[in-house]
Every structure is written in C-alpha cells, then in structure tokens.
Ligand binder design. Structure first.
Ligand code: ZN
Length: 615
C-alpha cells in the first residue's frame, strides 16, 4: 500500500483532552478521530490493527468450540423487562422508541438477546453444551466518557454465552475460556493479571477479571506479598486484624471496661470532628451507617423491625425478594464499609446510603449520631472489627450525644456479623496471612458463571434423557476490543510513538525511499513487490516529504520494521538497504537483493514468538 493512496492524517499536536498515551498516539498517528464525546471513528490505519485483534480473539474462541453469530444491536425492551434489567440497569442503558412508539434497547451487553435466541431453539439435552459469541458494537451511556477509546460510549465487545446441563460442564467451559483469554492477551503482548471478582448484581457463583496495571485504572486490585492471592478490592477479603491498641483491648474482658455512659458532643458529627473533640484516634469509634438495600434475597423473617416486610417476585421465575429494606452497618471508625461486599452479604441488587430523612426516622437522631447501642427499628449488621471492641465511642441515637465505654457483647449485639470492610494495603491475606498491597488496574476481560440468573426468569428449558424438563446453567464471557487495543499501546510505546507487537501492527514493514524517484523509486517498488510476494504487509512511504518527516511518522505509527532506501547506499558494487526495528537503536545495512527475505524472516519469527507463547 502506498502512503499517498491511503488516508493516514498524522498530527504533531496533541488534543487537549488526551491525557493518556494511547489516546494521544491513536489520535496523532491517524488511527482514530473523535466524532462526539465518547464516540470515535477508526480510520484505515486504526481499523487494520482493530481487525487483527478481532481475528486473534475469533481464532481463540473458535479453538474452544464457541460459535460466532451476529445478533442485532437494537433489541426489543420486552426481553430486558423479562430479565428485570429494564429497570435495574439504570441510566447507562440507552432506551429508544421506534416510529410506532415501541421501546427498544441499544445493547450494552447481550445476555437477554442470546438467552432469547437459544430459548426458541433449545429442546433436548443433546443440544448442550452450547457456546455462542459475537464481536459486535455495544453502547453504554457513560456519564463521563474519557481516555479515548479506553472508556468510550460506543465500543466493540466480544461477548460469549454458554449453556449447560450441569455444573461440571459449565466449569469445564469456564476454565477453557480462562485459558483462551490468557492466550489472547499473550498473543497481543499484554501483561495481564487475573483476579477474583465480585459476581454482584450479575449473580452467579464464579467470576474472574483480566486486568492490566494502569495509573488511570478504575479498579483497585489487592495482591498478597506472600502467595498468589489476587482480587478486585470489591471482592477482596482479609484476615481480621486489629491495631495493637485494639488487640490489647480485645484481650481484656469487657468486665474491665467502665460502665456505658453518655457524653455531650455538641455539633460534632464526623469521625474527624470527634477525634479532634475527644483527642483520640478513629479506631476507638464504632462508625454506624444506615443503608437502603434494594431487592434483598436474604431471609429477614427473624430480623429486628422486619416482621411486617413482604417479599415480592420482580419477574416471573425470579427469586422472591424484599423490594426495599433499611439496615445499619457498624464498623471500626478507621475502616470503610465495602458496599459491594455488603450487597453480597445481603444478597441485594444494590445498597445505597439512606437519605437524611430516613436516618432521622429510623435512628431518632440526625445524621452523625447513629450507633448500635439501643438501635432496634432495623437490623444491625456488624463488621468483624467491631467484635473486638470492648471500650468504644459511638453515637447515642440522640442529637449532640455519644456513648463512651461501649463494649460489644455487653452493651450491644448484632443481627449479623460479617466481613464488610474495604481491604487496603497492609491488611492480612485471607489465605496465608501475608501482607496485602494495592495496584490500580483496567479491566480488559471478565468471565462469569451466571448459573440460573437469566435462564430461570427467561424460562429457558430442555428435556433430559427421561423427558423431564430442566433449566440450563449459563456462563458469560466478555472482552472489550477497543480497550485491549488501547492497552497494547499503553504497554508498547516510547516518546516518539507506538511500538506495535507484530501480531497487531497495522503494517509489518514500512519502506521509506529518501526521494521517491529514479533508481531509488525502482528499488523501493521492487522491494515492496518482493515483500508482498512473501506475504508481508508493507506500507510504502511515497510522499514527497523530507526524510525526517517520514521517519517521525514511521516511529509514530509504530510499524515494527523499517527499510530505508537512499541513493548513497544504492551506488557502488552491492546496493544496500538500511533496516531498523522500531524498538532498536541501531540500523543494519543489508544487501538489497536479500532485504525482502531478511525482513520476511523477522516478521515470521516475531509472529511465531507471540503466537507460540500462546500455546
Ligand atoms: Zn497470601
């Protein structure tokens, strides 16, 4: 391909909103252009890399027996109403009406569409297991799209959905998907970390995320210094540990603690204000937060204040839930409640801090004075950390008053004790007790065991050998294609531009004639023809530009190998070409006659290394 005949609008300036390398470089190298906030067009150069990445993903999906289909992107709202997500998904779901006023969804994900397609065809156990995937456009109406295609509104995702007769079959495919994902990321030259993840509102029993380390990552990942433990902070657990002072207190019996008494704390509400007022540390307080939980599946028939609550079925076939329940969550004052873990404990689709008016109604005091002592209108859930507190300050359910000398077991109890704290660096590993540390990460892929989450409400069924009807188990498996592409650039670039791994490079070789005329032009044309005959993807920079401009653009585009042809090296007995790898510092002079074979050999070798690392 001749540069003059393609459309690669390279730029020297950086767009003002491009704060990360991949965004800057994709824009400057002419891979993408922004059409509107969060909406990008891939230009020819960018699309070449994009298609290669899609093909890598496609090959690995096909290799584990997943079958590609192409469902529509716009799907009827009824399917999302059946699954209960029409209401539950929130504002990120783009809802549209057609000319007749019927509601549709622009798919942000496709559990409903795939489940519906399979429902219409599935009858016998003989059709299972079945795994289907698409590589297709998705739309999420993000509030704040940023970082270029890393977090856009419209993007392409590979999403696969599998259907099984039992746990063993689901687990086998889930594991195969995990291995396929590792091969995909290896082939892209990406260093990916896999972590345990929360299966949260998506439901299900197993979940693994594939992350790349990134300063702009929207996930906090927790690792153990001592063993392989790795988890998203949303899921991460820890061994209960207590600061030395609390540990010492925990050992002393509550009997040694002075009796509970009230103290005046005028206009003191936050933990920081209390610490300053009482001249003590946050670890001596019991922080109590009032939460509103939505769609709670946990049985609350014996919970305080819940006797009158009624369970409802949000969708036919879905489990019965309490639509709205208020809880108090108590935790040691220097720790934070992890709302994802709290929601998981309550089996709730969502938990949010209660409104001020609800807090006043339920605790009898304004916000800032809640505490577990005497709180009887709602269930009190306490974190493990509180069970070790024998002499604590806490809210007295009265304006401007706190308790001192509150002891767990003596002055208050709990409806439920659970691990609901946000794990942080320095905490102890739940597996080995080693020290935990944090990193920021960006999610590239996610695999999930969905179980019956969609198949049950959407009434999927098959008949077994005996003619009995069953609901199949499901798994779902996603990879963000744009995000993987941007992450490759994040990991492979320098000050001058992108350094593509051979597997996703838009072209494998760029041929740069110093001046595209005469003998130089002939040599460049011949070399390109020979390279193409060898199956090498080559870009010929035939533009009438200064050599410096061509070199800079080649570096910016990140084409792995560069061949420079100039008059000086062509004259004399053996005409020669300058060859340089994008990542190398030095040129190499190669005989023109051997240059095509030399370059083709390097291309093949690098492809083999990357693709081979996959097996
Ligand atoms: Zn460990």
């Amino acid at each position: 391909m001749k540069f003059s005949q393609t459309f690669i609008p390279t730029l020297r300036e950086v767009p003002a909103d491009a704060v990360i390398a991949s965004h800057r470089l994709m824009f400057r190298s002419g891979m993408i252009r922004k059409l509107a906030n969060g909406l990008f067009a891939y230009l020819p150069l960018g699309l070449r890399s994009f298609r290669k990445l899609e093909q890598i993903i496609r090959e690995e999906m096909n290799a584990i027996g997943s079958l590609e289909i192409k469902p529509p992107v716009v799907v009827p709202a009824e399917l999302w109403q059946e699954s209960g997500r029409w209401d539950a998904y929130g504002d990120a779901l783009l809802r549209v009406k057609n000319r007749l006023g019927a509601d549709f969804v622009v798919s942000p994900t496709a559990e409903e569409a795939f489940t519906s397609l399979v429902r219409d065809e599935l009858s016998s156990y003989r059709q299972l297991p079945l795994s289907l995937y698409q590589i297709n456009t998705k739309y999420r109406d993000e509030i704040r799209p940023r970082y270029g295609v890393m977090r856009g509104r419209e993007f392409v995702m590979k999403d696969a959905y599998s259907f099984h007769t039992g746990d063993a079959s689901l687990d086998e495919h889930y594991q195969a998907m995990g291995r396929a994902y590792r091969r995909i990321f290896n082939r892209c030259g990406l260093s990916v970390i896999s972590v345990q993840a929360d299966s949260g509102a998506m439901g299900g029993s197993g979940s693994e995320e594939f992350m790349v380390e990134s300063e702009i990552g929207d996930n906090t990942l927790i690792f153990c210094k001592n063993c392989d433990y790795a988890a998203n902070v949303e899921k991460a657990g820890c061994k209960p540990d207590f600061s030395p002072r609390m540990d010492a207190l925990a050992r002393s019996a509550a009997a040694g603690t002075p009796p509970l008494s009230k103290i005046d704390t005028p206009e003191v509400r936050t933990i920081e204000e209390l610490c300053a007022f009482l001249k003590t540390g946050a670890e001596t307080f019991i922080k109590t937060l009032i939460y509103r939980a939505v769609n709670v599946e946990l049985d609350l028939s014996a919970a305080p204040g819940c006797s009158g609550l009624k369970k409802e079925r949000p969708a036919p076939g879905a489990p019965e839930v309490y639509p709205e329940v208020f809880f108090a969550a108590a935790i040691r004052g220097d720790l934070d409640v992890n709302e994802t873990k709290l929601a998981a404990v309550l089996k709730a689709s969502e938990v949010n801090l209660a409104a001020d008016s609800d807090v006043e109604r339920l605790t009898g005091a304004p916000v800032g004075f809640a505490g577990p002592v005497g709180l009887s209108r709602i269930p009190v859930l306490i974190d493990h950390s509180v069970t070790a507190m024998n002499d604590a300050f806490t809210g007295a359910l009265e304006k401007d008053r706190h308790y001192q000398h509150a002891a767990y077991g003596r002055d208050f109890g709990a409806w439920l004790i659970a691990d609901i704290r946000t794990v942080r660096a320095g905490d102890r590993c739940p597996l080995c007790g080693g020290e935990l540390y944090e990193k920021k990460g960006n999610e590239l892929g996610h695999i999930f065991k969905l179980g019956l989450k969609y198949s049950k409400p959407m009434k999927l069924s098959y008949l077994d050998e005996k003619g009995e009807s069953h609901t199949p188990l499901m798994g779902c498996y996603g990879i963000g294609v744009d995000r993987v592409l941007a992450s490759i650039i994040e990991e492979h670039h320098d000050d001058n531009g992108i350094i593509w791994p051979m597997t996703t490079a838009p072209y494998q070789v760029v041929v740069i004639p110093i001046k595209y005329e005469g003998a130089v032009k002939d040599a460049a044309d011949t070399l390109c023809a020979e390279l193409e005959k060898e199956g090498v993807e080559v870009l010929l920079d035939d533009r009438n530009e200064r050599p410096g401009v061509k070199f800079n653009d080649a570096d910016l585009m990140g084409i792995p190998l560069r061949a420079v042809i100039g008059e000086k090296n062509l004259s004399g007995g053996s005409p020669r070409v300058e060859i340089k790898a994008r990542a190398a510092k030095e040129n190499r002079l190669v005989e023109l006659a051997r240059a095509a074979l030399d370059l083709a050999g390097q291309v093949r070798q690098e492809l083999e290394i990357l693709n081979g690392a996959s097996s």
